[in-house]
Design a protein around this ligand. Structure first.
Ligand code: HEM
Length: 366
């Protein structure tokens, strides 16, 4: 049982939170996203946040990585010439590569079929979690183990993603250089070693590392991908707004220089556009379900205070990625819908995250 199971079963249960512990007694409540509020969550979150910051989360030092990743996006999009294409695989791979660089110390090429499979699994799982049949798991927990239909599909996804992430952790353990930690996993493994010498009750171990890596991989990929896809879709549908964004980019950055977060202050129209798209489509519509693990006797005010401490850990990273990727895309291309295409459905695919229905776009170079 692992944290991915946590993701999927907790989402399934978001509608019947109070039944959660009864129906999913083996669910670990580990990691960060679904961990109960308490000392373990605090320790793990603090360590994870400061380690990610050490590698650039929310800092200008991460900018070159995002700009570098955009070069691959541009190259990949240009391969389509004037033909329509679905931007999802490219954007998804690019966004995921940023969190993968921080956590695994590596990016994955857009032709890497195993990684593509993992990305498709992640979005598929977040989509089918709210499938009507799967929601029946709230009434009969054993349905999750049925050998057919969406139940089987979800379990298979959980298994494959687990194998993928555990292999990455194993490779890191084998090549760990204590003098030269390269990424989040290395830092965590070193912290596990240190804690094992000094603290026999430590919550830091390799199992917990796996939970956290699962959280970061899932939370750091789909959310930002969908936000960017919605931006591209709305720009294609609203050429007048797209033109104003182009004008602002032209005026503040020009055609050749790469964008920087320091440009943001002079680009209110572009920022307002991104914010308006986010307002129109909340990409995490249900937020994350939380509950107390036992009767606490705490006042409502106290419980509310604790809930308020649960804020997105990747917010600064997401804002940075969104701004830099969106501006880079707009600086390089004009986006439009293919002439003969139907008007896209704007309600989105309702899952844990709100993804746009698949759509094709055409690009023209600027
Ligand atoms: C546009 C992009 C994103 C959106 C809309 C978003 C939204 C959210 C929301 C609604 C929550 C739940 C907060 C709560 O528990 O009440 C959350 C939690 C979280 N997010 Fe994000 N997120 C985004 C990007 C990211 C990225 C890039 C990361 C990668 C580091 C990330 C990591 C996390 C983590 C670890 C939590 C759990 C925090 C905790 O419980 O302490 N998110 N996010």
């Amino acid at each position: 049982m692992n944290s991915l199971h946590g993701w999927f079963c907790l989402v399934l249960s978001s509608i019947a939170l109070s039944h959660l512990l009864t129906f999913f007694p083996r669910c670990p409540f580990a990691g960060i996203v679904f961990a109960h509020y308490g000392p373990v969550w605090k320790q793990q979150r603090k360590f994870s946040h400061s380690t990610l910051r050490h590698f650039g989360l929310g800092k200008l030092s991460l900018e070159p990585k995002i700009i570098e990743e955009f070069k691959y996006v541009k190259e990949e999009m240009q391969k389509h010439g004037e033909d329509p294409f679905n931007p999802f695989p490219i954007v998804n791979n690019a966004v995921s590569n940023i969190i993968c660089s921080l956590c695994f110390g590596q990016r994955f090429d857009y032709t890497n079929s195993e990684f593509k499979k993992m990305l498709n699994f992640t979005s598929r799982a977040l989509e089918i979690c709210l499938n009507n049949q799967l929601l029946l798991v709230n009434i009969c927990s054993w349905l999750y183990y049925l050998p057919f239909g969406p139940f089987k599909e979800l379990r298979q996804i959980e298994k494959d993603l687990t194998t993928f992430l555990k292999k990455i952790i194993k490779d890191h353990r084998e090549s760990l250089d204590a003098e030269n930690p390269q990424d989040f996993i290395d830092m965590y493994l070193l912290h596990v070693e240190e804690e094992s010498k000094n603290n026999s009750n430590s919550s830091f171990d390799e199992d917990y590392l796996f939970y956290i890596i699962g959280d970061l991989f899932i939370a750091g990929t789909d959310t930002t991908t969908n936000s960017l896809l919605w931006c591209l879709l709305y720009m294609s549908l609203n050429p007048d707004i797209q033109e104003k964004v182009h004008e602002e980019i032209e005026r503040v950055i020009g055609a050749d220089r790469a964008p920087s977060l320091t440009d943001k202050a002079q680009m209110p129209y572009t920022e307002a556009t991104i914010m308006e798209v986010q307002r129109l489509n909340a990409v995490v519509p249900l937020s994350i379900p939380h509950m107390t693990s036992e009767k606490t006797g705490k006042s409502r005010a106290r419980a509310r205070k604790e809930i308020r401490k649960r804020v997105c850990m990747g917010e600064q990273l997401a804002k940075m990625e969104l701004f830099l990727m969106f501006v880079s895309l707009m600086q390089s291309f004009t986006f439009a819908l293919p002439k003969d295409s139907k008007k896209p459905i704007l309600t989105g695919k309702y899952g844990l995250t709100l993804a746009p229905h698949p759509f094709n776009i055409i690009i023209s170079k600027r």
